[in-house]
Design a protein around this ligand. Structure first.
Ligand SMILES: Cc1cc2nc3c(=O)[nH]c(=O)nc-3n(C[C@H](O)[C@H](O)[C@H](O)COP(=O)(O)O)c2cc1C
Length: 354
């Protein structure tokens, strides 16, 4: 089993990657995941429509100040020339890896024949990959796909072939088809088949929620790395938990309440600074809810917290909740008493912000 993960000239510190999630993997969250154990984090998708480069949202998504290497930026779109231009634009602003989104099932994206809809048109896939690779010869280009358009059209192997011929340097695969959206369980047989045929590193993605599952998926598929999305929401320390388990076969204890309190406060401060107070409070609400999901006594806290609009009220109520939690136990305590609390249902697709 490979133990090192390399993308182009970037040797990752481990085989654990944060999945791109629109509305989630902004710079503060990516930084935090990297600090707490992830080897790499892919940005939220950035549009390839240059008319939007000036918008606050797109400019914010191209801001990598202080971000730890390697900086991977995902671009989305369906026009080869625009995708090439977007890749260039982002590399000129600090991207060290360009990731192409052919995995997102969101209607807003698929209706313009981007994201996973592209998997239906292999000629267009080839044109986009060629154009992007040529536009940024100095950085590696990676591709993220689903297993195919629907269960009858699982064309991941032919997409792999196209990607390798174009010079793509790693392939991330979510073990569902576009038609599956987020229903059913991710399957790993297609990922295993693609890995067996691949000359480039393959990253397995889909429903990895525990250290055991990460170990299983790495072993079963032979993938070079795993990519984790929803299970990292509110639990950015999942990466160090998985790394510890892969290295030792044992579990880390639940983190101390005081540590997670400090992590969350730093995260909230970063969000307020990154988005400004008004939007920052709104974005932080979502993360605070995820951090406290399943913790003893947390639903009443969330009910109150979600109604607060000011920075100081938000910070005060978080401080109060964690002070109470620390009095009850010095480690995080979950309602279901599950040691790792990773078996809870993953957030549903309705959370898909893209
Ligand atoms: C809120 C949300 C936003 C997402 N946004 C993107 C995106 O911008 N680009 C992309 O390629 N995939 C996106 N995805 C898909 C994830 O990268 C990942 O493939 C999927 O969630 C399966 O992994 P998981 O089971 O570990 O969550 C998104 C998923 C979620 C839940």
């Amino acid at each position: 089993m490979p133990t090192l993960m390399r993308i182009g000239n970037h040797l990752l510190k481990n085989r654990l990657i944060v999945a791109p999630m629109a509305g989630v993997t902004d710079r503060p969250f990516r930084q935090l995941c990297k600090k707490l154990g992830a080897g790499m984090a892919v940005s939220e998708m950035v549009t390839s429509n240059s008319l939007l480069y000036g918008s606050a949202k797109t400019a914010r998504r191209a801001n990598h100040e202080g971000e730890v290497d390697p900086i991977s930026v995902q671009i989305a779109g369906a026009d080869p020339a625009m995708m090439a231009e977007a890749a260039r634009h982002n590399v000129d602003r600090g991207a060290q890896i360009i990731d192409i989104n052919m995995g997102c099932p969101a209607k807003k994206i698929c209706n313009v024949m981007a994201g996973s809809a592209l998997l239906q048109d292999e000629i267009l896939v080839a044109r986009i990959l060629d154009a992007v690779v040529k536009a940024v010869p100095e950085v590696p280009v990676t591709l993220k796909i689903r297993t195919g358009w629907d269960r009858e059209h699982r064309n991941a192997l032919s997409i792999l072939n196209i990607a390798e011929n174009a010079g793509v340097q790693a392939l991330a695969m979510h073990g569902r088809t576009r038609a599956c959206a987020y229903t059913g369980d991710a399957e790993y047989d297609t990922i295993r088949a693609v890995k067996a045929a691949a000359r480039i590193p393959v990253i397995a993605n889909g429903d990895i929620t525990t250290p055991e599952k990460a170990q299983f998926v790495l072993a079963y598929t032979g993938a070079d790395a795993v990519m984790i999305g929803r299970a990292a929401q509110g639990r950015p320390w999942i990466f160090r938990e998985i790394e510890h388990f892969l290295n030792t076969g044992t579990h880390l204890p639940q983190p101390e309440v005081s540590e997670i309190h400090a992590v969350l406060l730093e995260h909230i401060h970063d969000l307020h600074a990154f988005y400004g107070d008004v939007a920052g409070v709104r974005v932080a609400r979502k993360h605070i809810s995820w951090y406290t999901r399943g913790l003893v006594g947390s639903s009443a806290f969330r009910h109150t917290m979600n109604r607060l609009d000011s920075v100081s009220d938000q910070l005060n109520v978080v401080n109060e909740y964690f002070a109470l939690a620390a009095r009850a136990d010095n480690r995080l305590r979950y309602e279901n008493n599950d040691e790792n609390n990773n078996t809870q249902d993953l957030p549903v697709a309705s959370r898909l912000a893209a």
